[in-house]
Ligand binder design. Structure first.
Ligand code: UDX
Length: 436
């Protein structure tokens, strides 16, 4: 099948490449000629394990191409996926900015040839697909097309596996023709019996927000339980096991930390709250999850201050991990963006390391941060070390070596990666999240 992917951001590039891997012929379009040039040269603009090899393979085998020429890419395509960005609006009110979606719809319209399904892959508010249809009709009344919504649930760092082995595929369609075409797109998943959930277009649009909001709520819930464990002397890791084994609750997404971040949860929970307000409803549970996430980051600053004896002024803090999660170079809404400036403001000196995120961190974090080449370098002369992101390389640190280069042996494990007793045995004072 001939597929066009508009937008070569995170979702567009991964989805387009995986569709090519399915055997479809995919053209990825982007307005940024620089990006397209880099992709044509085999350079991948994001860090995502396995993606580079998959792009190279499918490009070589002639199923994946990149262009800035939208007209050429859309003409003759049977399915056109819109995967452009939907950032939070610049007004700062939490609404999703749909400018790029509507621009793309306008531009596609005049190039459509024959029956085409235009599919929203980006996370968009309810009603967006209808707007896309209206725009296309306005620009090209003759166009033979349907719109559909097919939200993406992939996680950064595990995107290819998530795409190739999804828990489910949600198809928001309203004609048999569009449904048949989209089922054909996902036909390669048939063998592994991936469930296809067919819904109305509006339901599919809302399903993506609901999934992200539910997961964000689950994290905020366990983060609050962790605070309560800290206050009462209970252990949140054992508590999470104790509740997670109940099949109705499930063990996933019950890991406390410094708060959720990334390109989806913060933005999508806010957007969902706005969608509800616009429709005369209030989502109090989601609102509370957002508020708890903000509070969690502030509590982490306090935890660090307490461990340093009540003041971070003049103290050197080693921070291991800056990205919002491991296996990505993405810093968007990472807890480090809130926590580190708060520590610096109170006079701390920060020495940081991240395997992939330091380049982006330099753009987003205060200049005074000292970036180092590895964990031990970061810990040189430090009063405390913080595990901010649970990269694999921070999971088995040589604690003796670490302690030998530090000024004070204080270990703050914001991802609960270590067994407290093992760290204490090495002479450290230890604190995790909910493990007091
Ligand atoms: C998320 C959704 O999982 C995915 O389905 C959707 O398509 C996009 O948003 P992603 O943002 O890549 O994916 O990462 P995810 O693994 O979900 O983690 C999001 C944030 O929650 C990270 O900051 C992570 O550290 C945090 N998290 C996750 C926790 O603090 N605890 C957990 O138990 C799980």
């Amino acid at each position: 099948m001939k597929i066009t992917m508009i937008g070569t951001g995170y979702v567009g590039l991964v989805t387009g490449t995986c569709f090519a891997e399915f055997g479809h012929h995919v053209t990825c379009v982007d307005k940024l000629s620089d990006k397209i040039d880099r992709l044509l040269a085999g350079e991948i603009p994001i860090y995502e394990p396995g993606l580079e090899a998959l792009v190279a393979k499918n490009s070589q085998e002639g199923r994946l191409s990149f262009t800035t020429d939208l007209g050429k890419a859309v003409a003759g395509a049977e399915a056109v996926f819109i995967a452009v960005g939907t950032p939070s609006s610049r007004r700062g009110d939490g609404y999703a900015d749909l400018t790029y979606i509507y621009e793309a719809s306008k531009e596609i319209a005049s190039f459509l040839q024959g029956y085409t399904v235009i599919i929203d892959k980006s996370t968009v508010p309810v009603g967006t697909a209808r707007q896309v249809a209206r725009i296309i009709k306005e620009v090209n009344p003759e166009a033979d097309f349907d719109v559909a919504s097919n939200p993406e649930f992939l996680r950064e760092g595990a995107a290819i596996a998530d795409f190739m082995r999804p828990d489910r595929v949600v198809l928001g369609v309203e004609t048999d023709r569009a449904e048949t075409l989209l089922r054909a797109v996902y036909q390669p998943l048939y063998l592994q019996e991936t469930p296809i959930v067919k819904t109305s277009i509006e339901t599919a649009e809302l399903t993506k927000y609901a999934a992200n909001a539910f997961l964000a709520t689950k994290i905020s819930f366990i983060n609050e339980m962790a605070l309560l464990c800290d206050a009462t002397g209970a252990d949140v890791v054992a508590l999470a096991r104790g509740i997670g084994m109940d099949g109705r609750i499930g063990a996933k997404f019950l890991h406390p930390g410094p708060g959720y971040g990334g390109s989806c949860f913060p933005k999508d929970t806010m957007a969902l709250m706005r969608i509800a307000q616009e429709n005369g409803e209030s989502l109090r549970v989601v609102e509370a999850a957002i508020e708890a996430n903000g509070a969690q980051k502030a509590k982490m600053v306090k935890k660090i201050r307490d461990m340093l004896g009540g003041s971070e002024a003049g103290k050197t803090i080693a921070v291991l991990g800056l990205t919002f999660k491991p296996e990505t170079d993405d810093m968007r809404d990472s807890p480090s963006i809130t926590i580190l400036p708060a520590l610096l403001e109170k006079g701390a000196v920060i020495r940081a390391h991240d395997p992939q995120g330091m380049e982006e961190a330099r753009q987003l974090l205060p200049d005074s941060i000292i970036y180092t080449s590895n964990s031990y370098e970061a810990c040189k002369g430090a009063d405390a070390v913080i595990i901010m992101t649970e990269w694999n390389q921070y999971r088995a640190l040589d604690l003796e070596r670490l302690g030998s280069v530090m000024k004070q042996k204080i270990f703050i494990d914001l991802r609960n990666v270590y067994q407290p007793d093992l760290v204490k045995e090495k002479g450290f004072r230890y604190d995790g999240v909910g493990r007091s």
